[in-house]
Design a protein around this ligand. Structure first.
Ligand SMILES: Cc1cc2nc3c(=O)[nH]c(=O)nc-3n(C[C@H](O)[C@H](O)[C@H](O)COP(=O)(O)OP(=O)(O)OC[C@H]3O[C@@H](n4cnc5c(N)ncnc54)[C@H](O)[C@@H]3O)c2cc1C
Length: 410
């Protein structure tokens, strides 16, 4: 059986390794960190099958000045970083045209349709029911203006068969009585679910992979070379060889792709969370707050407020202004929140057209890619793993991944 290396043990790498191991391949995950502890750890916990609308949007153009100069808008841009990365910014803006946005939403919606079933294949075997809740996610609009501005996104969602229920102020109060009445109206996404402990889910799938004979090496991948019919990886202390390699290194994937002469316009949308203490059940479901672009979720450790976007690259230290804004806004919606327990920053892997890269390299025949899942990598990990498993077996997945081709930026 083929020897396969999965570089990156985030949720995408873990699910990919799970499906490959189940197919009988000899699989090794290499990650310099403990699996599931990077971006896949601190997110907003939603299995967001409805979230096909990209950050790219026709209305973004008019909002850019505020993003550059107001640190507490839902989307903030570091001016100096932007100047250094203008080609990426132009590619991103090109994808803000109406026709592009609708095409992106359609591709993502078609893929998202398979996300729940793909996870359920894993969950049939890996019991994570204690960490999954079926109370459906809601989105709160702070004003009529925000609601009206969102109409276009709602229309696209509905066009892609997402079931959205409009909620009045009273209906929101009935569902979530502890929220301060600072909202105008809301929407509920039918059939959505969430987790109360993402790390435990990642760990359980990873442990199942090990139990079936999967291997894990905790090391940094320093170099990769394509041999005639195999791949050689240089780690800190050793070299290993495999038949095929999959790059699932999230926001760091392009660094590894560069090692074999490939290059993708991958950047990162940094996001933050603030974890609040609480000793009571304050909310029942993930609650998105339109004014600030984050979700409040009651998890096992407390209440997590997670989201927002900051374009400032991989390496800049976390920006306290962002977590202070999240804290302030969270307390406005849920005044009963306790003390802040911790804060966190994560790096969403994002391509300028908001679509992931899933497929085989044209240049290095033994290398496949699975990264760039932006805001919905937690949701799309299992279906991505299934797609890669089919490609390695030499089959065509029974869902369309053409729009995620690694060659689309050439
Ligand atoms: C604030 C926030 C909220 C979010 N909310 C949601 C949500 O509600 N729902 C949703 O679906 N998605 C959400 N997301 C997006 C989601 O978290 C990501 O898309 C997803 O976690 C990406 O997973 P990954 O496996 O690609 O990357 P990661 O989890 O980052 O894993 C990549 C791994 O590669 C490893 N690696 C990198 N370089 C090397 C190297 N050289 N050698 C060895 N290992 C290496 C890293 O150590 C890391 O473990 C959110 C993201 C953020 C930041």
């Amino acid at each position: 059986m083929k020897k396969i290396v999965v570089v990156g043990g985030g949720i995408v790498g873990i699910c990919t390794a799970y499906f490959l191991q189940k197919s009988g391949f000899k699989v090794t995950i290499i990650d310099k960190e403990d699996p599931g502890t990077m971006t896949s750890f601190g997110h907003a916990c939603t299995f967001a099958d409805y979230a096909s609308i990209p950050v790219n949007s026709p209305s973004l153009f008019s909002q850019i000045p505020a993003m550059l100069f107001k640190g507490d808008s839902p989307l903030a841009i570091d001016f100096f970083y932007l100047i250094k990365n203008l080609p990426w910014a132009f590619k991103f803006l090109k994808n803000c045209r109406k026709d592009k946005v609708e095409k992106i939403a359609k591709s993502l919606a078609n893929f998202l349709k398979h996300s729940q079933l793909s996870y359920d294949e894993i969950f049939k075997e890996v019991n994570v029911s204690e960490y999954i809740k079926n109370e459906e996610n809601i989105y709160l609009f702070d004003s009529k203006k925000a609601y009206d501005e969102y109409k276009y996104a709602t229309l696209i969602r509905k066009k892609n068969n997402v079931k959205v229920v409009e909620l009045s102020k009273n209906e929101i109060h009935d569902l979530e009585p502890n929220l301060a009445p600072v909202y105008y109206s809301g929407q509920l996404f039918v059939g959505s679910r969430h987790t109360t402990n993402p790390l435990s889910i990642s760990k359980k799938i990873f442990e199942n992979f090990l139990l079936r004979g999967g291997k894990y090496i905790k090391e940094n991948v320093k170099n990769v070379s394509q041999k005639e019919n195999s791949i050689e990886l240089s780690l800190e202390n050793k070299r290993i060889e495999c038949d095929e390699m999959i790059i699932c290194a999230g926001a760091w994937s392009n660094i590894i792709a560069n090692m074999v002469g490939e290059n993708f316009p991958l950047d990162t949308e940094r996001g933050y969370h603030v974890l609040f203490e609480t000793d009571q059940q304050l909310i029942n479901r993930p609650i998105a707050w339109s004014e600030s672009g984050f979700y409040l979720i009651q998890i096992e450790d407390g209440i997590r407020a997670a989201g927002t976007v900051e374009i400032a690259g991989l390496n800049k230290p976390p920006n306290n202004q962002r977590t202070n804004m999240i804290e302030r806004q969270s307390r406005k919606i849920l005044p009963q929140l306790g003390k802040v327990k911790s804060t966190w920053m994560g790096r969403r892997p994002t391509l300028p057209d908001a679509l992931p890269i899933i497929g085989r390299s044209e240049k290095n025949k033994n290398i496949l890619f699975a990264f760039g899942h932006q805001h919905i990598g937690w949701t799309l990990a299992a279906v991505t793993g299934k797609a890669i498993n089919e490609l390695i077996k030499g089959n065509k997945p029974n869902f369309d991944i053409n729009d995620f081709s690694p060659n689309r930026f050439k």
